[in-house]
Design a protein around this ligand. Structure first.
Ligand SMILES: Cc1ncc(COP(=O)(O)O)c(C=O)c1O
Length: 395
């Protein structure tokens, strides 16, 4: 839904726009399901975490049914799967990730390592493109490693990791991999089954356009479902859930990884937007992202580089997703000034980065062109010096 034609919304990598269809879907759910069916609605709602997960898996991840859940939040799912992976490798005590990984992942790993007596090894990739190549990873892998975990697309630089090779190297050392696909889902075609990725989690509110705080998802490949156990044993994981019996008897299916009642309103938002992604097709979506990011890089080089900007995102379209990241010493003030004076919405990331995105379903090429023209004007005229700095905690 576009309420202001003048806005250049280049922040779909943070929060996707509202699809018009979602309004109808939610309205219909409220009136014709919750409102009229009340508790009887659960007869048809009870397994929606699985069916919605299957939709996400089919439309975006190359995942066969029965291996996905759309539930909880990215952070909760990350904790659950990393805990399950580490405890499935008793006697192996190292966890490997990288310094440029998203903060929630690093913080959760820190806590998990304290809890489970592991050593957290963070590969320092904060120079340059913030990207761990298989060659960089190789010297860290030995038979003491239990878990390797990276983001598919780096939240700041936008660099894309090599899922297939890193998953393979990790398996070869006897460890497990957890992929955080939050910045990739809905914009980068993935083949998690084919690449034997094992475990992955992600959100639905970025390129998924499912709304602020919409349900996250998790992927556990069939080959790991019996071996792995998540730490929170909720009643949705109980094999015969409504027997309400004593003692936990875990479901042998993907439901064995579900904790609790899913948010049905949230799942309807996910269904509305991921059906659109499925209809458009991820190949076409990724092609538009590649063209859009190429265009942003060209506009940066022509207009912004001469004004003191630089880019940390890989130049190779096969190694990035939907956003590029521009560095400038005044990035913080520029990001706020763009909203206040130019109606251009981007976001700021410490220490000096502005992220600018092509979210292929809602973002147009003209919007990008116009947005970059306004960024150029703001820097040229130093209008960012007039900004009234916001006291919001959110950047
Ligand atoms: C890569 C990545 N992982 C995890 C999260 C955390 O998501 P949530 O707050 O939904 O748990 C985010 C949020 O933006 C993210 O970008």
């Amino acid at each position: 839904m576009i309420t202001d034609e003048d806005t250049c919304y280049l922040d779909g990598n943070s929060l996707g726009r509202l699809p018009l269809a979602t309004i109808g879907v939610v309205n219909d759910y409220l009136h014709n399901e919750w409102g009229s069916q009340m508790v009887s609605g659960w007869n048809s709602w009870i397994d929606e975490a699985q069916s919605t997960g299957d939709l996400i898996g089919r439309a975006t991840l190359g995942v066969e049914p029965g291996q996905m859940l759309a539930v909880d939040t990215t952070s909760v799912n990350f904790y659950q799967l990393c805990h399950a992976a580490i405890t499935a490798r008793p006697g192996q005590h190292k966890v490997i990730s990288d310094t440029a990984n998203f903060p929630t992942d690093r913080y959760i790993l820190e806590g998990l390592c304290q809890e489970l007596g592991c050593e957290l090894v963070l590969i320092n990739d904060e120079d340059g493109e913030e990207y761990v190549t298989p060659e960089m990873l190789a010297p860290y892998l030995d038979d003491d490693v239990a878990l390797v975990t990276f983001s598919v697309i780096q939240y700041r630089s936008g660099a894309l990791h090599d899922i297939a090779r890193i998953s393979q190297m990790t398996r070869d050392t006897g460890a497990l991999c957890v992929w955080d696909a939050s910045h990739a889902v809905g914009v980068v075609p993935m083949q998690l089954d084919r690449d034997n990725a094992g475990l992955a989690i992600g959100c639905t509110y970025k390129y998924g356009n499912a709304g602020p705080g919409s349900p996250g998802w998790l992927y556990v490949s069939k080959s790991l479902q019996q071996e792995l156990h998540v730490p929170i044993q909720g009643w949705f994981a109980q094999d015969d859930q409504f027997a309400m019996a004593q003692g936990f008897d875990r479901s042998p299916t993907i439901r064995g990884f579900q904790i609790a009642s899913p948010s049905i309103i949230g799942l309807r938002c996910v269904q509305a937007s991921f059906k659109m992604i499925e209809r458009a097709g991820l190949t076409a979506i990724a092609k538009k992202a590649a063209t859009g990011t190429e265009m942003m890089l060209a506009l940066h080089d022509a207009w912004l580089a001469p004004l003191g900007c630089s880019v940390i995102t890989p130049r190779d379209a096969n190694r990035r997703g939907g956003h590029i990241t521009i560095r400038h010493p005044e990035a913080r003030r520029m990001s706020q000034a763009l909203r206040q004076f130019a109606n251009v919405i981007v976001d700021f990331r410490e220490p000096d980065c502005i992220r600018v995105a092509m979210s292929p379903l809602p973002t147009g090429y003209v919007e990008i062109w116009e947005g970059f023209a306004r960024i150029r004007e703001l820097i040229k005229t130093r209008k960012y010096e007039d900004v009234v700095e916001s006291d919001s905690r959110v950047t």
